[in-house]
Write a protein that binds this ligand. Structure first.
Ligand SMILES: Cc1cc2nc3c(=O)[nH]c(=O)nc-3n(C[C@H](O)[C@H](O)[C@H](O)COP(=O)(O)OP(=O)(O)OC[C@H]3O[C@@H](n4cnc5c(N)ncnc54)[C@H](O)[C@@H]3O)c2cc1C
Length: 314
């Protein structure tokens, strides 16, 4: 029977919901022992909160307060050496994607990221989305052992207390090999505008093509009295500041109206804006996932639609 090691995640003193979800996914991955590693922060409180579902043993590693790549990799290597799991399951979060590849490499395991389903009927098969969420596919893992990162929100939190054995794990962390130190946590500044407070957001995505075209969207936002926001590639390209980014690694927004222009509707973007009252999408691709959640959709070229809209509001 396959034993599983799940890994919890916390930020600024609070467990993230996905810490519970890895337990449910972990129970699906293996019928053997289910272990959970809790690394850093208030490990005893976290362990009490995570003593749910089918978890058998919770290993608490009291090292540091916030996430540190080197600490996680070293600690997980050592916990894995002790419990010898067939599968390691971690969140597909910014942190999880940071340490999971290094852990897979060091434990000589396969790595499958962003799982939305798992099946161990005949070896491990992982369901993933492809082409920006337009289609799902199954990945057969030929290796006997694998690290699987799971998409947040795809598994429910387990119900009921587990009565797990909570054990302090004395990891031997080589500080000289850490490479980085975490000095503190700084919230991304809210700059001159706070997109979380806006009633109407006009949001621009990669469909805008180049930085010189951003003013086209700014003009629409100005004409509507709306606030400008964006998807992540726009911020990654340095075309708008970080505080304008909507999504999983940006801001969560709940405006009355959200106009997504040239945004495909990737799950990480949708995570930040699906709470908007009315969603309007402008996209040339009728199959773009944004149309799955849009209340109104315009399948057309933004370079034609946006100036026409601006004219209407001016
Ligand atoms: C851990 C992690 C965290 C992430 N966090 C975030 C996050 O917080 N926020 C976020 O947004 N993304 C995030 N991402 C990235 C996310 O996966 C997508 O890559 C991103 O959202 C895509 O942005 P986009 O829709 O602007 O670009 P694309 O996916 O490239 O879509 C561009 C769209 O524009 C359309 N288009 C092209 N030309 C035109 C035109 N002339 N007129 C109209 N439409 C046009 C296309 O049909 C396409 O649908 C994250 C990814 C990871 C792995």
């Amino acid at each position: 029977m396959s034993d599983v090691l799940a890994v919890a995640e916390h930020r600024r003193g609070e467990l993230r919901e996905v810490s519970h979800e890895v337990l449910t996914a972990g129970a699906e991955l293996g019928a053997g022992e289910l272990h959970l590693a809790v690394i850093g922060g208030d490990v005893e409180r976290f362990a009490d909160e995570l003593d749910r579902g089918a978890v058998d043993t919770i290993h608490t590693v009291a090292e540091g307060e916030e996430f540190n790549h080197g600490v996680y990799v070293q600690a997980l290597e050592q916990v894995a050496e002790a419990v010898d799991p067939t599968y390691v399951v971690t969140p597909n979060s910014v942190n999880g994607l940071d340490y999971a590849p290094a852990v897979a490499e060091s434990l000589d395991m396969s790595l499958v990221t962003d799982a939305v389903g798992v099946d161990t009927g005949g070896g491990l098969t992982v369901t993933r989305e492809f082409y920006g969420g337009k289609t799902e596919g199954e990945v057969d893992v030929f290796d006997d052992r694998a690290v699987v990162t799971i998409r947040e929100g795809e598994w429910d939190a387990p119900a009921g207390a587990a009565g797990a054995s909570i054990q302090a794990f004395d990891a031997d962390i080589d500080e000289t090999a850490l490479g980085t130190t975490v000095n503190g946590f700084e919230e991304a500044g809210s700059g001159d505008v706070d997109i979380t407070e806006a009633d109407v957001l006009v949001s621009v995505g990669r469909g805008i093509d180049e930085e010189d075209n951003i003013p086209l969207i700014e003009e629409l936002a100005d004409a509507m009295g709306a606030t400008l926001s964006s998807s992540r590639p726009i911020v990654d390209n340095g075309w708008l500041p970080q505080d304008r980014q909507v999504g999983q690694s940006g801001k969560k927004v709940t405006p009355d109206v959200y106009i997504a222009i040239g945004i495909s509707g990737a799950v990480q973007h949708v995570a930040g804006m699906k709470g908007a009252d009315t969603i309007i999408a402008i996209n040339t691709d009728p199959g773009a996932p944004i149309f799955d959640i849009a209340d109104y959709g315009i399948v057309d070229d933004l370079f034609d639609v946006v100036p026409a809209l601006t004219e209407q509001f001016a």
